[in-house]
Write a protein of this length. Structure first.
Length: 531
């Protein structure tokens, strides 16, 4: 028969255990466990210090996992070392506890008199512990750690073994919950990363769709263009690197897309990187991506264009503008077929077809030390040179009609012809901005025309090579930027200053709103210029 006092004590322990298991049931992470565990253990009264050591996955080592942060020993200079140190499971103490169903108590002084003493036992003596009781922590049939409790010597541990074992079982359940929760959190992080990557791809694709035209429509019947088409057809089905050369506006990007669209990679993305428009310090991250926190401003992980183009095509526009230090990194990526994110821990394999383009004379750039020869030879495998428009004036009428059709439809104006005088002027002009300039000029002419035929074309004044430059011709000769500025201004005026939305200037110009905004900024166009 149990004495009344003993019955009361058992009742009290039962309610303490219930409170203990309730508190531990809702625990989801280590920090919560540390707090609840300390608070709850203290309620038992008899338990002083505690520490929880966990076994490694291979069950060979054990390491400190949890301790009471309020204990004075955490201030001890050797504490950090003890915290991170991994000890052998077969150290003559841990293995005994792990093999025992019952709690095992050890006198610290006696343990320290042994021939070989594990470092954590020496530490126990240093911080003045007298006796510790060890309980194995098990999940099912598997040992996962040891709970060390400091309990007064006069406390009857064998009579209270059940209580102590219940504490250790509750701890095991809490650890299992934490583990499952960590797994869920890690999986959610992975899902979040994929979501972010998809989001980036979506944004990219949306911009691409807005900037891509109908690429089946490459106009040109001249001998030069026929030769270009023939070269494109020779290389499109392969994985070979292509280098497209030509003055600005000759259709390098158009040809790059045609190659990609007719290649076996057509179902994947063609990703464009403009090496000229990005500041040098951003190109590396643009190409190779970065990990969160890898540099100031890297607040999120970013997937680089190389990774986005995996199994597809990477179009390196204006490659001649790539800073020298990045040329080395690009060359390495092309040779090794792998990249490393900034701040990343390892390399990532990529399968990317490269199409590069430039309007620079790369051999000259190389001779003047601005372009690495090894990179030049790596990309100059299949060069395609696009002829300037002035060398194929026979293509001008069909190009002009093509743009007339496209823009009259887009601008909703019933203009279907170009007068013969205007056409003659078009074919005689030298087109420094090539097809892009012709495209812009036709659009502007449509905006300025009333009626169904373009009779007048406002061409920039051309310089007659035989005549000396006069101050008038000098001021009238426009740069490509000036032409672009004029064109954007006319479209903005036509749209009454509206940039975004349906029928806005960005849509009419066939560029994303963000691109138009940056052009407006770059070209110094301000609201007052519209009126
Ligand atoms: N043969 C063509 N037929 C129809 N449109 C063309 C042709 N060539 C170029 N274009 C049009 O001219 C514009 C300029 O072409 P693209 O952007 O491909 O030139 P680019 O050489 O890449 O220019 P940049 O060197 O300035 O980047 C585009 O709108 C494109 O659709």
């Amino acid at each position: 028969m149990m004495a009344n006092a003993e019955i009361r004590q058992r009742e009290n322990e039962k309610s303490l255990l219930l409170s203990f298991s309730n508190a531990l049931a809702s625990i989801r992470n280590k920090e919560q466990l540390a707090k609840e565990f300390s608070d709850e253990l203290r309620k038992f009264g008899v338990i002083g210090n505690y520490s929880l050591r966990l076994l490694s996955a291979d069950q060979k080592y054990h390491q400190m996992y949890l301790y009471d942060a309020r204990d004075a020993f955490t201030e001890h200079p050797g504490f950090n070392h003890i915290l991170t140190m991994q000890c052998d499971v077969n150290d003559g103490i841990t293995n005994l506890v792990l093999d025992s169903q019952e709690p095992l108590s050890f006198n610290i002084q006696e343990l320290n008199e042994r021939k070989t003493v594990p470092p954590y036992v020496k530490w126990w003596r240093e911080i003045g512990l007298i006796e510790l009781t060890g309980l194995r922590v098990r999940l099912g049939e598997v040992n996962i750690g040891i709970l060390w409790l400091s309990i007064p010597q006069d406390y009857d541990k064998s009579a209270n073994a059940l209580l102590l074992k219940s504490i250790s079982s509750q701890i095991a359940i809490a650890l299992s919950n934490i583990h499952s929760n960590e797994k869920v959190v890690a999986q959610l992080e992975v899902i979040e990363k994929y979501k972010q990557q998809l989001e980036e791809e979506k944004v990219y694709l949306r911009e691409e769709i807005q900037t891509t035209h109908n690429y089946d429509e490459i106009i040109g019947n001249s001998k030069e263009m026929k030769k270009t088409f023939q070269m494109v057809s020779q290389v499109e089905a392969t994985d070979s690197t292509v280098l497209i050369l030509g003055e600005t506006g000759t259709g390098k990007e158009l040809i790059a897309r045609a190659i990609h669209n007719n290649s076996p990679r057509r179902d994947r993305l063609m990703i464009k990187v403009n090496c000229a428009t990005l500041p040098a310090n951003l190109i590396e991250s643009e190409l190779f991506g970065h990990e969160k926190g890898s540099f100031t401003g890297a607040t999120e992980r970013r997937v680089g264009k190389f990774e986005l183009a995996d199994k597809g095509t990477l179009f390196l526009d204006e490659i001649g503008e790539l800073p020298l230090e990045l040329q080395v990194k690009l060359l390495r990526a092309l040779q090794e077929k792998e990249i490393e994110r900034i701040g990343g821990r390892g390399t990532i394999k990529v399968d990317v077809r490269i199409i590069a383009a430039t309007n620079r004379d790369l051999e000259k750039e190389m001779a003047e030390g601005r372009f690495r020869s090894d990179l030049y030879y790596r990309i100059n495998i299949f060069p395609i040179s696009l002829p300037p428009l002035r060398s194929r004036p026979e293509d001008i009428p069909s190009l002009a009609s093509h743009f007339l059709q496209r823009f009259s439809k887009k601008l909703g104006k019933p203009i279907d012809a170009i007068g013969s005088n205007a056409m003659r002027e078009l074919t005689q002009y030298s087109w420094p901005g090539n097809i892009r300039e012709l495209e812009h000029l036709i659009e502007r002419s449509i905006l300025l025309t009333n009626g169904t035929m373009i009779k007048e074309i406002q061409l920039p004044v051309m310089r007659d090579k035989n005549k000396p430059l006069t101050s008038e011709t000098v001021t009238c000769l426009k740069t490509i930027d000036e032409n672009e500025r004029d064109h954007i201004l006319s479209v903005l005026k036509y749209c009454r200053g509206r940039i975004g939305g349906e029928g806005g200037a960005a849509e009419r110009l066939g560029v994303p709103k963000s691109t138009l905004n940056s052009k407006i900024k770059r070209l110094g166009i301000r609201r007052e210029h519209l009126y």
